[in-house]
Ligand binder design. Sequence first.
Ligand code: SAH
Length: 216
Amino acid sequence: MKDTFLHKGLRNKLVEHLSEKGINNTDVLDAINNVPRHLFMDNAFVNFAYQDKAFPIGSGQTISQPYTVAFQTQLLDIKPYQKILEIGTGSGYQAAVLNELNTHVYTIERQKDLFKKTKGFLPSIGYQCNFFYGDGYKGLEKFAPFDRIIITCGAPQIPQSLIDQLKIGGRMVAPIGDGDIQIMHLIEKISETETKITTHGEFSFVPMLNDKQNGN
Ligand code: SAH
C-alpha cells in the first residue's frame, strides 16, 4: 500500500485536530504528519487510520490513539540524537514517531509474534530501531543509561529498575495504574537518589505484563 495524497490530506487534518487538543510542540506535530499510520494497521481498519482512536493490532494489543502518542512524546521533551527506551513496541507506530525526531530508539516487546512482525516491518518502511524481545520491567541494563524512557502499557507502579536506567536529568513518561484507567506520570531524575514526579491526566492503556503473567 502506498502513501497517497488522500492519506496525506487525512494526516494534515489529524495534526490540526491534535493541535486543537493542545499539542503545541511543532516537532511532535511534524513527526505525526510524517508517519504513514495507515501502514501500521490491519487492512480492516485502514480507513480509520487517521481517526484519533486506538485500534486492535492482533495478539490482543492495540496501536495507541494518536493523541496519546503525541501527548507522551511531547511530555518526553526530546532533543535530537537522544537515546530513548520504549517499553511496548506493539505496532511500532510510537517508535516511528520517536525515530522521526532523530533519536536512537531501543524498544522492547513482551509478545513474540508482535516483536517479530514489527522488527520486520519498521525497517521495511525506512525506520531504524533496536528491537528487543523481553520483559520491559527489567529495561535494558546493557544499553543504559537512557536520556528518555517511555512506557506504552499500563504499569501498576513506576518500575524502579527503569528509574535506575535513566540518566540524571532524564525524563520518563509512564501511564500508572492497574485498572481500566491510568494516570500519566512524568518522572524527572534529579540526582542518583531524587526524582520529581508530576501527573498529567487520565488515559487508558493495555496492561503491562510481567514475568509471572504469560504474554505469549
Ligand atoms: N507503542 C505501541 C503501543 C502498543 S500497546 C504502538 O505504538 O503501537 C502496548 C504493548 O506493550 C503491547 O504490544 C504489549 O504486548 C506490550 N507489553 C505489555 N507488557 C510488556 C512488558 N512487560 N514488556 C514489554 N512490552 C510489554
